[in-house]
Ligand binder design. Structure first.
Ligand SMILES: [Fe+2]
Length: 302
């Protein structure tokens, strides 16, 4: 566990030097936080949270060693305490989605996180924040994928290895990125073990946080203990412009065979593409979300 200064703040400003503040979200950055000390994340605190949280918004999954083994389940008659035990005993992944809108304590935590970051980082203008609480088993995995918004991972319990890869070829190509942003595919993209030579691995302990550039591919391997983390997604004006530009690129590729690049840096071409994306959205409805994965197992009292 990290030695964190006695304070009531979430972040240690010492981990945000001038360069880090200027490049927040442009490069991978590691920080420390104090939220792992909160009693909400003890076994008892998690059990109470799971008991009061709306059941229909708790995602339950299990997995083996390959992406194909990923299964979506549902919760049967099971208490919060039994859920915590099932996660300790199995290879399960619980996701309390959009928890900042569904639990007052986590909403307050989300508010503190962003209030402090806005005070520390000049010009940081996050919106559409979405805080998810992840409770996962020893050895659980999240396979190689990328997310459309920016993501921060604040680690609370256990140990995990987070592999982060550059937002460029061969780790992801423009076509693959466009397919994820336009929701034609799930978030998973092709992975090769050779990518690891160009990736960066962070071994997270309670009190660690890592933030990476928008759309950077990543994967996660849990250690031998129960893992609890906050995965916080958000947009910023530039992140939103990038997402809309990539969406326009997806349509231009589909309709006219135009091959765009990965849009690594904001450029003058973004503005017309953002307008194009808006026009396309008016002309045709959003692509339907990929088919929902059927529930294939039931987590219940054993
Ligand atoms: Fe992710």
């Amino acid at each position: 566990m990290r030695d964190f200064p006695e304070t009531t703040t979430v972040f240690d400003p010492a981990t945000f030097d001038a360069e880090t503040r200027n490049q927040f979200g442009e490069v991978v950055s590691a920080h420390t936080h104090s939220l792992h000390r909160d009693a909400m994340f003890t076994d008892e605190g998690l059990a109470a949270l799971l008991d009061r949280y709306p059941r229909e918004h708790i995602g339950v999954y299990r997995m083996g060693d390959t992406p194909e083994s990923w299964e979506c389940g549902r919760l049967g008659k099971v208490t919060g305490q039994q859920m915590v035990q099932a996660v300790k005993d199995g290879r399960i992944w619980l996701n309390l989605r959009a928890a900042d809108r569904r639990d007052p304590e986590l909403a307050e935590m989300n508010r503190r996180i962003f209030a402090e970051l806005k005070a520390i980082i000049p010009g940081f203008r996050p919106f559409n924040t979405d805080l998810g609480l992840l409770i996962s088993s020893p050895r659980a995995r999240v396979f190689y994928h990328l997310d459309v918004p920016r993501v921060m991972l604040l680690h609370l319990r256990g140990h995990k290895s987070v592999w982060l890869y550059p937002r460029e070829e061969p780790f992801v190509d423009a076509h693959g990125l466009e397919a994820v942003v336009s929701e034609k595919t799930e978030e998973e993209i092709p992975y090769s073990p050779e990518f690891d030579a160009g990736g960066e691995c962070f071994h997270l302990a309670p009190g660690d946080m890592v933030h990476w550039p928008q759309n950077a591919p990543h994967r996660i391997d849990n250690g031998d203990d129960l893992n609890v983390s906050l995965s916080i997604e958000f947009m910023t004006p530039v992140a939103q412009l990038r997402a809309n530009t990539i969406l326009a690129n997806a349509w231009l590729r589909d309709r006219f065979g135009l091959k765009s690049r990965i849009e690594a840096r904001p450029n003058a071409g973004w503005l017309p593409k953002v307008l194009l994306a808006r026009a396309f959205r008016l002309l045709e409805p959003r692509h339907k979300k990929p088919t929902v994965i059927p529930h294939t197992f039931l987590l219940e009292e054993s």
